[in-house]
Write a protein that binds this ligand. Structure first.
Ligand code: IMP
Length: 196
């Protein structure tokens, strides 16, 4: 059976993708490679960070690997917070402070258009690939909903009335930026490994 590392320690993300892929390819968590150090994420772009993480694991541990990186790009802010989405309001992952800062920066702006972008980088002996998932929408003027995480309470995807945080999780997880990028990765892996 083929095996491939997902450069994350998020068990939930691993289980989710393993379930979609079935059992002809095994997804290995980062912890099983012996990688306990923090993988550098120093790029100035979302793509760059995804590639940096996957390449780091491939080169250091000699295993096929994929890695993801996500950001929220807001039109009126010239694409910010983008690659800095997790630490927009300062170091750490304070989702609430990030949302407060975003709403403040958008006060008085004409456009509230934004998009979530996920990039998955896959690096194996045979391939170097990028899979992208984008969902467009708008930023609300105040928080709505209790579900999800991060910027979910202030993001309404185009074609819907609810924020990501108001939607049932199954709906968000079916239409999200991450779902779109993941589906592209999965169909590539299925094509590659099913035919062997
Ligand atoms: P990561 O690359 O998946 O760690 O995402 C970086 C940051 O983007 C997170 O810390 C969140 O602030 C934000 N983010 C990523 N995905 C989502 C999402 O699905 N909803 C809301 N915020 C998200």
């Amino acid at each position: 059976m083929e095996a491939i590392v997902f450069a994350t320690n998020n068990k939930h993300k691993i289980e989710e993708i393993q379930a979609i892929l079935g059992n002809y390819i095994r997804i290995i968590p980062l912890s099983e490679t012996g990688c306990t150090e923090e993988i550098p994420e120093t790029s100035l772009t979302i793509e760059g960070n995804a590639v940096q993480k996957a390449m780091y694991v491939f080169e250091k541990y000699h295993v096929g690997c994929f890695a993801d990186d996500t950001g929220l790009e807001v039109e009126a802010l010239g694409g910010r917070p983008g690659v800095k989405s997790a630490r927009y309001a300062g170091p750490g992952h304070d989702f609430d402070a990030n949302v407060t800062k975003l709403l403040k920066e958008l006060q008085g702006q004409l456009s509230r258009r934004a998009r979530f972008k996920t990039v998955i980088s896959l690096v194996t002996r045979d391939h170097e690939m990028i899979f992208e998932g984008i969902i467009n929408g708008i930023i609300t003027t105040e928080r709505r909903g209790k579900g999800g995480f991060g910027y979910d309470p202030v993001f309404i995807p185009d074609g819907y009335e609810q924020t990501f945080a108001e939607m049932p999780a199954e709906l968000k997880n079916a239409i999200s930026h991450r779902a779109i990028a993941t589906r592209k990765l999965v169909s590539f892996l299925q094509e590659q490994y099913n035919k062997k």
